[in-house]
Ligand binder design. Structure first.
Ligand code: FES
Length: 157
């Protein structure tokens, strides 16, 4: 089955095309829009977007593989992203990631068997002043301790 935007997202995609100087410039927001709709980006989706934007599929594939915010595989209901950049590392991000791996019985990059949690380690989440930071879907959890993480996870289960 080929990819197409839902009616609402089709309108948003058209609005993007009108607000950028050329189709190439719409690549990043269009990829975000497709990922928001599908949950992750398949090769088929990327090829369809490339066609819509009059780009070579390989160009869009390169973009997807460069940015860690794009996912090419299904993820769990909750996507947990721990920051591994300096400010978070200095404030316990590694312990936080280890703790999550132990609690969820998965390694970084894996999803729990029930499909509930996926754990990823990513670069700076842009909230260095409140390190260590954990992003769960679109929500930021800051100045974390292991105790706070446990309380957050308990609410998600
Ligand atoms: S270093 Fe973690 S949010 Fe920037």
């Amino acid at each position: 089955m080929s990819f197409s935007f839902t009616t609402d997202r089709k309108k948003r995609f058209k609005a993007l095309l009108q607000s950028y100087p050329d189709k190439r410039s719409v690549a990043l927001p269009a990829l975000h829009l497709a990922q928001e709709q599908e949950g992750y980006l398949t090769r088929e989706t990327i090829e369809a977007l490339a066609h819509m934007l009059e780009l070579a599929p390989a160009d869009l594939m390169d973009t997807v593989s460069f940015y860690t915010m794009f996912r090419t595989r299904p993820t769990g209901k909750y996507l947990l992203q721990t920051c591994s950049t300096l400010a978070c590392s200095l404030n316990g991000a590694d312990q936080l990631t280890d703790h999550l791996q132990e609690k969820l019985h998965i390694k970084v990059g894996e999803t729990t068997p029930d499909g509930k949690f996926t754990l990823l380690k990513v670069e700076c989440l842009g909230s260095c002043g409140t390190a260590p930071v954990l992003r769960i879907n679109d929500d930021y959890h800051e100045k974390l301790t292991l105790g706070k993480v446990d309380r957050i996870l308990a609410k998600l289960k």
